[in-house]
Design a protein. Structure first.
Length: 253
């Protein structure tokens, strides 16, 4: 990756791309820029992200080779992909290259999916925290467009909290049928935080923890997986805790 955010990946097999190589000073420069405000990195389709091996391990499914080939042509036409030093390499440059480099620096991902989202808002948000207390955020809408940006971690958590279901918190230990609550909820969300390690562009998932939020009748129910049966949801022992943002911070620890 050059000073303008370039990153080299194999041309023939985008899913086997190597690790981003950021030059000295690039990360600190971008971190300083995020300190002045959000750094928007553009909008991309799942095929375009797959073509440069960006966040592919967190996506639903890999597009066909034909669709990826068309995405490569689209990126090349926008000068986000350039020929590399050899015939087997291409360079990912600009904002997309920066996004890939920061994704590969992250070691955990918060994946939040919601039901009941309205027009113009995402149905899924990914947060990939960085050591410098900034965060790569990916908003995914119903059309499959992925909006990427770098934000201060505090701002990203505030945005996520506002997007999640809200309401007066159900009391701790309140006996509820989790499946029944979800069935009648006006809006619900599944939040999963996964720790992972990376070897080059290959991410290996480690431990994970989940939280389900469901708003029903104006009350917000927090559900977690049962310690004795991971397939079963039960009320969160901290159900009386009103601050959803604090829950998110706890998940990221």
């Amino acid at each position: 990756m050059s000073d303008d955010g370039q990153r080299e990946v194999p041309a023939a097999e985008p899913s086997d791309a190597g690790a981003a190589s950021a030059p000295s000073g690039l990360v600190s420069a971008v971190v300083n820029l995020v300190g002045t405000g959000p750094v928007l990195l553009g909008a991309y389709t799942v095929a375009e992200l797959t073509a440069v091996d960006a966040i592919v391990d967190f996506l639903e499914a890999r597009p066909s080779d034909e669709v990826i080939a068309e995405a490569v042509r689209s990126l090349a036409a926008r000068q986000l992909l350039l020929a590399g030093d050899t015939g087997e390499q291409v360079q990912v440059q600009g904002d997309l290259g920066i996004a890939v480099a920061f994704q590969q620096r992250a070691r955990k991902v918060l994946d939040a999916r919601t039901t009941g989202s309205g027009p113009g808002e995402p149905w899924r948000i990914l947060l990939l925290p960085q050591p410098e207390r900034i965060c790569l955020m990916v908003r995914i809408d119903a059309l499959g467009v992925h909006q990427l940006g770098l934000y201060k971690l505090k701002e990203a958590l505030d945005t996520l909290t506002e997007w999640l279901p809200r309401g007066s918190s159900a009391g701790p230990g309140e006996a509820v049928d989790a499946e029944a609550v979800l069935a009648v909820s006006e809006r619900s969300a599944l939040i999963t935080v996964t720790d992972y390690t990376a070897q080059g562009s290959t991410e290996t998932a480690g431990s994970s923890r989940d939280l389900v939020l469901a708003r029903s009748g104006g009350r917000l129910h927090a559900l977690v997986r049962s310690p004795g049966d991971r397939e079963k949801l039960v009320p969160d022992p901290e159900g009386g805790k009103d601050n959803v943002r604090d829950r998110l911070v706890g998940l990221l620890r």
